[in-house]
Design a protein around this ligand. Structure first.
Ligand code: FO1
Length: 347
């Protein structure tokens, strides 16, 4: 509400003002949710006459999917958030650039250069060329990401979970070729996660430090969100960086998660194959229990899963509502339900 001295400043009298949101995000599902969150925040700003510039969103992005191919450092989840919020994403795929061409990939194929299973687009390569050069000059990934975001203006502060290298590797239980370890991208893209994973390891996570600003953002947050990202290889990987899980557990802000599982199946991607690898059932309830009440204060599930949330989970408030992000309005409505649940938990 405007005070006598004009618009409410950062010390707005509205104690429930959601001014600083922190989201731990992976790739496609997380990025799509964030697009709706930004709309919901702005609407909230308009309704309560609070200037939306006081609402800032910090995204802590997963870097476990990162891979080096043909000498280029590729950061799929950071790029998916940057392109999606910056308006450059290939909408159907949810990754890579809109209007993409693959002349370089085709040429590499003619050289029999491996691997050919990863779709490196010509426009996308420009991002990797810049990133790889800056990293080679000693520029930390967080600064590299900030520079790339100057072009895309995603409307959020995008921080990698760490400036230190972390790569998710998968130990395959391959009945034909026997046990072997592959990079997550090979399992995900070439094998479509069809070969069972015996274990999934975020190599380097235990030695990684949170990127500058990550812990401070969590501590200063008015709201912390787990979007419908992969709970194992995206949000799970971010939480493995020493210090991040404890910061979220100890945060004053409510932590609200959105189930990536609807009716016993992931909406996109293959989170079920990842959950199986860690012995967690592919249900909205099992994922909430996996995160646990130390992390989660609230959990949004789709209406089809409402009954499975009985008996209530200790320490986690559950709400049900349609969770399919069929369009921007639907996604913004889900984000508003996150705000509502957070506000309910503050009282
Ligand atoms: N996913 C695929 O299924 N096939 C691809 O060829 C592919 C290429 C690719 C290139 C750049 C990039 O940033 C992402 C890409 N992805 C591809 C998606 C990526 O494997 C996943 O989005 C994340 O790693 C998991 O969220």
């Amino acid at each position: 509400m405007d005070g006598a001295d004009g618009p409410a400043g950062p010390s707005s009298r509205d104690p429930d003002a959601v001014r600083r949101v922190v989201a731990l995000a992976g790739g496609i599902g997380g990025a799509r949710f964030l697009r709706g969150l930004l709309i919901a925040l702005d609407d909230t700003g308009r309704d309560s006459n609070r200037k939306s510039e006081f609402t800032e969103v910090t995204v802590i992005g997963n870097t476990g999917d990162d891979i080096t191919l043909f000498g280029l450092r590729i950061c799929p989840d950071l790029d998916t958030v940057m392109y999606t919020l910056g308006g450059g994403i290939n909408e159907e795929q949810g990754w890579g650039r809109a209007g993409e061409t693959f002349a370089v990939k085709d040429e590499l194929g003619l050289y029999q250069a491996a691997p050919q299973w990863f779709g490196l687009g010509d426009r996308d390569i420009a991002t990797h060329v810049l990133r790889t050069g800056w990293l080679a000059d000693g520029v930390p990934l967080s600064e590299v990401t900030r520079r790339l975001c100057e072009r895309w203006a995603p409307g959020v502060r995008l921080l990698p979970m760490s400036d230190d290298p972390v790569e998710t590797h998968v130990l395959l239980d391959d009945p034909v070729q026997g046990e072997r370890t592959v990079h997550f991208q090979e399992w995900w893209v070439r094998l479509h996660a069809a070969v069972p994973a015996k274990s999934i390891t975020a190599v380097g996570a235990s030695a990684a430090r949170p990127a500058p600003g990550v812990l401070e953002a969590i501590e200063a947050a008015d709201l912390i969100v787990f979007p419908p990202s992969n709970p194992v290889v995206s949000i799970g990987t971010i939480l493995q960086v020493p210090g991040i899980r404890d910061a979220v557990v100890g945060a004053r802000a409510p932590v609200i998660g959105v189930s990536p599982i609807i009716g016993g199946a992931p909406v996109r991607g293959m989170a079920d194959a990842c959950l199986a690898a860690i012995g967690v059932a592919t249900t909205a309830r099992a994922v909430a229990e996996h995160y646990g009440p130390a992390l989660l204060d609230g959990w949004l599930v789709d209406d089809v899963d409402a009954a499975t949330m009985q008996p209530p989970l200790d320490g986690i408030a559950v709400r049900s509502r349609p969770l399919l992000m069929v369009d921007l309005d639907a996604t913004a409505a889900i984000a508003r339900s996150v705000f509502d649940l957070a506000a309910d938990l503050r009282v």
